[in-house]
Write a protein that binds this ligand. Sequence first.
Ligand code: 5GP
Length: 200
Amino acid sequence: MKISGENIMIILSSPSGVGKTTLTKKLQQKYQNINISVSHTTRSPRSNEVDGVDYNFVSKKKFEEMINQNEFYEYAKIFENYYGTSKKNVNKILKKNDIIFDIDWQGTKQLSDYKNSNIIKLFLITDSKNELKRRLLKRDQNTKEEVEKRYNSFNEDIMHWKDYDYIIINKNLEVCFNHIEKIIQNFKKNYFSSNNSVIL
Ligand code: 5GP
């Protein structure tokens, strides 16, 4: 089975705190044709997060119902909460636009199983573990325990970088952003020329 749609799918994964959300939002602001996939999650909203914009916040019961109804392309349990990508949301976006997923390595593996040729997988890292800790503490969105959990998952996360097409170091946001833009533009160019379609 394939995920249907005429546009490309961009996966951006990284250990927590590397800057993925900022970069994803920046891409969407600059490119109207790139839409963010808004995941479902059972984690509680942070003070700056809006339901339906940052995530669709749902109960564990609702999430498990959705799993049973086969409503997700992928889902994973991360830091004791469920996160998942709803088929309905993705299919709707892909009819008209490209889509970007901010998901972890488990979700990336599951989306890769669909063997779509229109997927590009990017993995973002900081240049050191100390820098990651500094950013996690600076962003002040998590409790001390959550910072510790996210920091400790770094080793596990980076073990999966070989499942990605590109590894990008986010040392400087602008440089990193330009790099991602170029990778996406090239991928689109090659994808559409190999499919004899028109690039919009
Ligand atoms: P956070 O709680 O910091 O927003 O996200 C924790 C992790 O969950 C991040 O690595 C993020 O990429 C991942 N994540 C967010 N949404 C999804 C999703 O729908 N599926 C999967 N597999 N991971 C997700």
